[in-house]
Structures are given as structure tokens and as C-alpha cells.
Design a protein around this ligand. Structure first.
Ligand code: NAD
Length: 420
């Protein structure tokens, strides 16, 4: 399998190729070739044993032409500069693609939260946000959950940031992060938003490609926030979850796995292993399981040529960011497999984060139905625009996504000019 440097290389290459294709202004292309800011902080945290440990945190702000920087915080041992730069670039593309007034950023801390106590993770979170200081802010850069972080992490981040402000300002900065719990200023519908968005995209694809989701089979890699909610969304449409893979192995049940029961098991135990005493199968078994729809929802670089050779699926809907390498994608496209690329398929998270930010700004509280309807409106519109661009340009869905996003950015730069 390829490493994280390749991930940045292929995100950059996709951007370069599409910039050439749309004859992007070279100065705009130059700006997008690197993030505007690369912030790295090293900060000490008191461990439960009384000793201090030093942690490395990142915030990469790729572009803020269209609005404040926006993107998640990841807690994972593989977090590193190249990876976060790639993820931040994807956020710029994603926000422009779905038409949000937001730019792109990403960040994280290099550690495995599973190896630390709850109290230690909380102290790491507080110290990280304090170290970033005014590099984030509700009108400047707005983080959200990603791998290894969740709504409670966001609440601790918000609380830390709020406590650095004067009494008069505290409630005005609630929108410094999105993806919070509803009780602490989050929006209804955010927790399931990314997975729900995957489900909506798959539904659009199924209609256009004459696949009945009722009775269709699917598999999911990664059963955290995105994977579990995508599985629940497809199960509600009558599809059958037949294979799941996570960091502990693979479960295969041809008759179907109940995604809500598996989600409850993962929330309790942290992994799919041990669910209903099912036997654990290999990673290759997961990819070799024939399905109508495969949803990678774990990490980048998961589907390379080896996995692509094993896969037999009509559609790959990328819940994760960067799960397919260019060689893996080329092989699957040759086999006739369709793609809904990451920047479109998993955009439900940032779309609903945007609604949370709007509610925080206006002190409103929307009903879940409103959030879901607005998400469906935006994501299906983006999906259908991408399908039209793909037909017009005779290109892949991924290229079509980048054409739409980069054209928007190019127009905004040409109207504003480059300062001074
Ligand atoms: P999460 O931490 O909730 O879950 C991650 C899952 O991946 C877990 O089930 C874990 O077991 C699994 N995993 C980790 N390493 C693995 C490995 N080597 N092999 C197989 N499985 C492995 O994370 P999440 O928030 O669901 O994010 C998953 C992906 O979706 C990431 O690529 C993230 O960038 C992307 N994403 C997340 C959001 C969001 O709203 N959370 C939005 C857009 C995109």
C-alpha cells in the first residue's frame, strides 16, 4: 500500500491536471499549489502518571477566498504535514464544489486516542486549542470533527476557546467549531450528516443507473461516524449490508448485518470485532466480497491496484477522503465500476457544519427536518451539476468535481483580483 506522501502528490496532480484542462490563470494556479498558512505547534500535556508528554499539532489553512477556512481536526498516529496539506486542499475543492461561502483547512494531532485515558485526551484537546490561539476563530477558521474526534471533542474545543475570551464575547464565539452536541450549540442532524449525504448521492446514482436500492447489497470499510451512518442511510432504503471492515478485521454476513446494532456495539467497544461472536475475516476477504455498492469510509490510500483487482462492485461511493489511489481508480474504471468521488460523496458533513455555523451566528435552532431537506437540496444539486459537467467534458466524475470547483475559484479571483 502507498504512503501519505503519495496522497498529497495525487491530490496536487488532480488539481494541476484540471487547472491545465480549464486553462486556469497561472497566478491562481500558483496560489492554490500551496496552502496559505501551515501552522505547527508542539505542546506539553500532563499525563495521568504525573509526567509531561510533548504533542505535535497541525492546522493547515489552504485557501480562504470564498469564506473562512473550514475543515476537520484528526487525531491519529499517522497525522503528518503532507497528509494534512492534502486534506486541506480537498476541503477547498469540496466547499467550492457544493457552493458554500467557506474556504479549506484541515488539522490534527499526531497520536492514537485509543492509547490515552479520557482525561488525557481532554487535556490534549484543551492544550492544542490553547496553543493554536487566534489562528482559529468563528470568522476566520472553523474546525470540525474528523477521524478520532467527535461531538464531545468539539464541545471541549469550544469551551476552551470561549474561556480565552472576555465575558461579553463568550457566546458570540460558539461557532468557533462545528459538529458540537446539540445541547452545546450544535445543530440537529450534524452527527449523521456525512453518512446521510453519502446515502443521498448513492440514491441519485441509483436512479440514474437503474439500480434498485431495495434489495441491493453494499459493504463499508470503517464503521465510525461516516461509515455507520452511511450504512444506516442505505439500510433505510432497503439495501443489505453484507461486509464491514475496520482496524480489527472483517465481518461478512451474506444475509445482512443490522447497521444500528453494529453501530451500538462499536460505540460501546470501539471496534467491530466481537459483534455477535461473528468470525473475523481478512482484509482481502472484505474487498473480494461482491456487492452493488462499496463505501470506503476509513482512511486514504485504501484502494490501490491490489484491492481494485479484488473488488467487484458497480459503484464506489467515497465516504473517506482520498481512499482510492489513481492507479486503483484507473483499474476500477476499466472494469466498469462507477465512482462518486470523496469531495462530493462526503460533502454532507461540511454542508451541515455550515448550517450549524449559520445557526450559531443568528442564535437560531433548526428542526432536523429542515437540516435534512437543505442538505438534500444542496448535495443533489451538486451531484446533478457534476453529472452534467462529466457528460459535457467526457471526463471522470472526479475531474468533473474539480472542474466545477476550480472554475468557481477562478471566477472569484478574476473578479476580485490578487491583492495588492
Ligand atoms: P471515525 O474515527 O469516526 O471512524 C474511523 C473508522 O475507520 C473506524 O471504524 C476505524 O476502525 C476505521 N479504521 C481506522 N484505521 C483503519 C484501517 N487501517 N483499516 C480499516 N479501518 C480503519 O472517523 P470518521 O469521522 O468516520 O472519518 C472517516 C473518514 O471520513 C476520514 O477519511 C474522514 O476524513 C472522512 N470524513 C469525515 C467527516 C465527518 O464528518 N466525520 C466528513 C467528511 C469526511
Amino acid at each position: 500500500m502507498s504512503g501519505p506522501v503519495l496522497f498529497l502528490e495525487y491530490v496536487t496532480k488532480t488539481l494541476d491536471d484540471v487547472a491545465a484542462r480549464i486553462k486556469m490563470d497561472p497566478s491562481v494556479h500558483l496560489i492554490l499549489s500551496q496552502p496559505k498558512n501551515e501552522i505547527i505547534v508542539n505542546f506539553p500535556v500532563l499525563m495521568d502518571n504525573g509526567e509531561y508528554q510533548l504533542f505535535k499539532g497541525y492546522r493547515i489553512q489552504h485557501n480562504n477566498l470564498l469564506g473562512p477556512y473550514k475543515g476537520g481536526f484528526r487525531y491519529h498516529p499517522d497525522v503528518r504535514l503532507d497528509e494534512v496539506k492534502a486534506l486541506a486542499t480537498l476541503m477547498t475543492i469540496k466547499c467550492a464544489l457544493v457552493g458554500l461561502p467557506l474556504g479549506g483547512a484541515k488539522g490534527g494531532v499526531k497520536f492514537n486516542p485509543r492509547d490515552y485515558s479520557e482525561a488525557e485526551v481532554k487535556r490534549i484537546t484543551r492544550r492544542f486549542i490553547h496553543a493554536l490561539g487566534d489562528n482559529i476563530g468563528p470568522s476566520h477558521d472553523i474546525p470540525a470533527p474528523d477521524m478520532g474526534t467527535n461531538a464531545l471533542t468539539m464541545v471541549v474545543m469550544m469551551d476552551t476557546y470561549m474561556n480565552t475570551r472576555g465575558q461579553d464575547q463568550r457566546h458570540n464565539v460558539r461557532g468557533v467549531v462545528t459538529g458540537k452536541t446539540v445541547e452545546c450549540g450544535g445543530t440537529r442532524g450534524r452527527n449523521a450528516a456525512t453518512g446521510n449525504g453519502v446515502g443521498m448521492c448513492v440514491e441519485e446514482w441509483a436512479v440514474g443507473n437503474k439500480l434498485s436500492l431495495h434489495g441491493a447489497t453494499f459493504s463499508v470499510q470503517g464503521f465510525g461516524n461516516v461509515g455507520s451512518h452511511a450504512a444506516i442511510a442505505l439500510a433505510r432504503r432497503g439495501s443489505r449490508l453484507v461486509a464491514v471492515n475496520d482496524h480489527t478485521g472483517t465481518l461478512i454476513v451474506p444475509d445482512g448485518i443490522d447497521p444500528e446494532a453494529l453501530q451500538a456495539h462499536v460505540q460501546q467497544t470501539g471496534a467491530i470485532a466481537g459483534f455477535q461472536d461473528l468470525p473475523i475475516r481478512s482484509r482481502d476477504d472484505f474487498f473480494a466480497q461482491p456487492v452493488d455498492v462499496l463505501i470506503p469510509a476509513a482512511l486514504e490510500n485504501q484502494i490501490d491496484t491490489h484491492e481494485a483487482t479484488l473488488i467487484s462492485a458497480r459503484l464506489v461511493a467515497e465516504g473517506a477522503n482520498g481512499p482510492t489511489t489513481p492507479a486503483g481508480e484507473a483499474l476500477l474504471l476499466e472494469k466498469g465500476t462507477a465512482f462518486i468521488p470523496d469531495v462530493l460523496a462526503n460533502s454532507g458533513g461540511v454542508i451541515v457544519s455550515y448550517y450549524e455555523w449559520v445557526q450559531n451566528k443568528t442564535s437560531e435552532s433548526w428542526m432536523e427536518e429542515q437540516v435534512t431537506n437543505e442538505l438534500r437540496r444542496i448535495i443533489t444539486q451538486a451531484y446533478n451539476e457534476v453529472v452534467a459537467i462529466r457528460a459535457n467534458h467526457d471526463c471522470t466524475m472526479r475531474t468533473a468535481c474539480y472542474i466545477k470547483a476550480l472554475t468557481t475559484i477562478q471566477h472569484a479571483y478574476s473578479q476580485r483580483g490578487i491583492f495588492p
